[in-house]
Write a protein that binds this ligand. Sequence first.
Ligand SMILES: [Fe+2]
Ligand SMILES: [Fe+2]
Length: 264
Amino acid sequence: MRIFACSDLHVDHQPNWKWIQDLEPGSHTEEALIVAGDISTDLTQLTRCLQHLTGVFSHVFYCPGNHEMWLNTTEGFNTSVEKFDRILGICAQLGVQTEAQRLDDVWVVPLFSWYDDSLIGADDVINRKVLGDCWVDYHLCKFPESVASPAKYFADRNSYAVRGDYDAPVVSFSHMMPRRDLMVPQCFLHFTDLPAVAGTHLLEEQIRTIGSQVHVFGHTHMNHVAFLDNCLYVQNSFGYPRERERTGRKPCFRPVWPLNENAC
Ligand SMILES: [Fe+2]
Ligand SMILES: [Fe+2]
């Protein structure tokens, strides 16, 4: 089974939505796509995008990102967890996979995630005041009082899939970043407080237990391929049109399995 990966489709930006819409239905039969979060905050747009992708690929795997967790006044959710569970319900109706599944010779394992402080490096300096003012999640996401750490909460929801006895190679994926060395030093970051909201080491612990051969992630909008500790880490985010103008990159679906076909 050939597997492609992408993240951060952000289809509320018209050029991104057009790129998805232009995909020919049925053009990737017998192939699978991983979408590692951040499709849209809007449930109608999210549903439309996933629906289209299920007509293009035989299998679509997805995990929500932080943008899906933003609450607006019209959708009526009390918490971001409530919205998260509603999204999983939509996925079930559409046939989009949000749980571990074996496809022929490979397992695909979604890992839900949020960020914590564990990826702040020893040399990183975080300006909490600036971050508190500008990081939208802090203003539009709401977690139940029982959820002291969203990173731990979502990591716990993966426990059914975190085992070391998979009977075939594993391709796992998450929206958040699993380790600090997948990101450049702070002095090269456009948004210098990013290490505080990029991901969590809890993911890396789960990847180690599972023994993933490939792990796809997103969120930081910095495309990256690295082979670390016997795992190929891949980010292939679409990002925002203005970011692509800066970097010159074009949207694509990156093949991640079989391993020898990894190219974009
Ligand atoms: Fe994103
Ligand atoms: Fe994100």
